[in-house]
Design a protein around this ligand. Structure first.
Ligand code: IVH
Length: 672
């Protein structure tokens, strides 16, 4: 693979994972692996000038805010800085004491569980709930008020809550409720959620509040923001929240002095799995609200609080077998079959081994004891084998020569770490292709998960994605596990998917290299599939966000005989294959304007900043000149850019105003 191809592949991978994480709330890989992809792309762009001008996708999560109205937080919703053990925590406690000019053994702290859900801000005016907003990028969140009103343990009214009161806390699913939800998803043939956090996020960000209402969401309050100056201590505000009827963490304690704080945080770590909900750490907060003001915040996090994060839990179990699964592109992924073991609160009986090289590097063999953990607390993986010296072991594992599903030879291309089944008729690939076609980032056909697709394939009702649109409720109702009602709602969902915008269909078809970004660019450029299929290669290549590798792949896809036949059928069966024009325009608020950015902006990667500006018609040159429209000053800005802007009289804007600048396109509006 050339660097150009690699960069293009990385961009699509990153975009795909952004979509999975932000839109589907279902990450496909651990955070660490995602970071590695971003790092690799950044390095490539750094070393190869020619790759830089390309439309880079890192950090661009455009679809994130589109479902809900954006709301600016009155006070930013910050994150927390982390420490990872008692020693680092002690150092932090001493730093706080020093900054306040006090002894560390006289300071009072609240030690609270860190709930692994998603942050929510709820506003009450004169005691009435008026809005619920997600954290978003910390400055601007999504208005999910309608869904928040359906959460049973959030009071709709506050007794004696005069004026403006803001309550912040965490939306989560209790472990039991999560298990029950997944049982229900399974029964209905819908996709199961990876963990309670993703399930909670997916449930809160539902377009339809009735769906949210059917999900057993809970809210735990951990912060009261009240401008009246009534309170002097954080623990006092927690008491008030409790009196209003909010759930607060029962285990929160008041601790004085560093040793007690550390001891209590270790107490939480030992009992982390005994809670009714997932916790991923402890939050330690200075109790005195006046001291908090004295310490202040950075642009990222308060100086008066810290999170002690727990290390990922590791467990030992026996490796029963190594098998290979075939994905929609034919990729053959080895995975470990394990003796079931409870890791981080759920039972694990399978874990990924990634690829051939990983199995070799870890040298895991059937019969070994292996260490298992959940990478990013989501996807189980085998860390290493625990080998007793002198003990006989099984044979070194060899990658199978043939596909376990269709028995055709597997292929590993030179220079790649992945192995593929290249038989286009492989039933395993077909199943995954259909599952992907129906998935949330593609046609979003509710109720068509893996189990149901397998069922439809088994009985021969479906042999290709196009066959989905020929299904009749009577034939589905006759299948095991279906009734008249579930059959007709599946057919309704399939019919509704016919009018999906072209970009989703393009994602669903699984054209090689075409992820969400390229799909959107193509759909917006051509508006119909026919126009795209008729386009010469040069036109495809010239589209922003496409590039030569993707262009070639699309060009070939549209000319493949099977694909031509498939698309003809989809069209005949009433699939729209067009992009609604309304979706095309992102308001070109910065058309023709050069916005220079220095330093980092919270919630954005460097590439994300450039992409956000470019999407609105602006440019983001690397230096300030007379033509610069304004300079956005982020965290750790470059002194020379700021000096140059001062010298030339170029307007300067704070990073916290970046979103407003994007929306209004005016620095005047921003400064006002
Ligand atoms: S305090 C400025 N308390 O952790 C103070 N946060 O990693 C910020 N979280 O965004 C929040 N439990 O979503 C606080 N007891 C707790 C928490 C908690 C969970 C989440 C919250 C925050 C994230 C930061």
């Amino acid at each position: 693979m050339t660097s150009l191809e690699r960069a293009s592949w990385l961009r699509e991978e990153i975009a795909r994972h952004n979509e999975a994480y932000f839109v589907d709330d279902a990450p496909l890989i651990p955070d660490g692996d995602y970071d590695a992809l971003v790092r690799e792309l950044r390095e490539l762009e750094l070393n190869h000038r020619e790759l830089r001008s390309d439309d880079s996708v890192t950090g661009r999560v455009g679809a994130r805010a589109s479902l809900f109205a954006e709301v600016r937080h009155r006070e930013p919703m910050l994150s927390l800085d982390n420490v990872f053990d008692g020693e680092e925590l002690t150092q932090w406690l001493h730093r706080v004491a020093r900054a306040l000019g006090r002894e560390s053994n006289e300071l009072v702290y609240a030690v609270e569980p860190k709930i692994d859900g998603l942050a929510l801000s709820i506003t009450y005016r004169d005691g009435e709930l008026v809005s619920g907003v997600t954290r978003g990028d910390g400055r601007v969140g999504e208005d999910v008020s309608a869904n928040v009103r359906t959460i049973a343990n959030i009071p709709a009214r506050l007794e004696s809550g005069a004026g403006l009161v803001e309550v912040r806390g965490e939306v989560f699913l209790a472990r039991e409720d999560f298990e029950e939800l997944n049982r229900r998803q399974r029964r209905e043939g819908a996709k199961e959620f990876a963990n309670p956090r993703n399930a909670a996020a997916g449930s809160l960000r539902q377009k339809n509040p009735a769906v949210s209402a059917a999900r057993p969401l809970s809210f735990l309050a951990y912060q009261l923001i009240d401008g009246s100056g009534t309170y002097t201590s954080h623990l006092e505000t927690l008491d008030q929240l409790g009196r209003w009827g909010f759930l607060t963490a029962r285990e929160t304690t008041r601790e004085v002095g560093a040793p007690n704080v550390v001891a209590r945080s270790s107490w939480f770590e030992e009992r982390r799995h005994d809670f009714a909900y997932d916790i991923d750490g402890v939050v330690i907060k200075l109790d005195d609200l006046a001291d908090r003001v004295r310490l202040g915040t950075t642009s990222r996090a308060p100086r008066w609080a810290i999170a002690r994060k727990f290390p990922p839990e590791e467990r030992m179990t026996r490796l029963v077998a190594i098998e290979v699964s075939i994905g929609r592109t034919g990729r053959a992924t080895p995975f470990a079959v394990l003796e079931p073991v409870v890791v981080a609160g759920s039972t694990v009986s399978m874990a990924t081994l990634h690829n051939q090289d990983q199995v070799a590097a870890k040298d895991v063999r059937v019969g070994d004891f292996v260490v298992v953990r959940k990478a990013g607390d989501v996807i189980p993986e085998v860390v290493r084998a625990v080998v007793e010296p002198g003990k006989r072991r099984g044979a070194v594992w060899r990658f199978p020569a043939d596909c376990p599903q269709c028995h055709q030879p597997l292929e590993r291309r030179v220079g790649e770490s992945d192995t593929y089944c290249v038989n286009p008729a492989c039933p395993a690939q077909l199943r995954q292709q259909i599952v992907h076609f129906a998935s949330r980032s593609a046609l979003d056909i509710e109720g068509l998960g893996e189990a149901r697709v397998a069922q439809l394939l088994d009985v021969g009702l479906v042999q290709d994605v196009a066959d989905l649109f020929t299904l009749r409720a009577e034939e589905i109702a006759a299948l095991e596990g279906f009734g008249d009602l579930s059959a007709s709602s599946l057919v309704d969902a399939i019919n509704a998917a016919k009018s999906s915008p072209l970009r989703r269909v393009l994602i669903g078809l699984g054209v090689r290299h075409v992820g969400p970004v390229a799909a959107r660019a193509l759909a917006q450029h051509f508006l119909t599939y026919s126009a795209m299929a008729a386009a010469p290669l040069e036109e495809l290549e010239a589209i922003d966000g496409v590039g030569s590798v993707i262009a070639q792949s699309v060009y070939e896809y549209c000319r493949d005989r099977d694909n031509v036949a498939r698309l003809d059928r989809l069209r005949e069966l009433g699939v729209a294959l067009r992009e609604p024009e309304a979706s095309v325009a992102v308001e070109q608020t910065l058309a023709g304007r050069a916005v220079v950015v220095t330093g980092s902006i919270e919630g954005y990667t460097r590439e994300g900043v450039d992409a956000a500006i470019a999407q609105r018609g602006g440019t983001s040159p690397g230096s300030v000149s007379k033509k610069t429209y304004c300079l956005v000053i982020g965290e750790a800005p470059g002194a020379s850019k700021v000096a140059r802007a001062l010298e030339l009289g170029v307007p300067r804007v704070g990073a916290d105003q970046f979103s407003t600048l994007l929306v209004t396109g005016e620095w005047r509006a921003v400064l006002a």
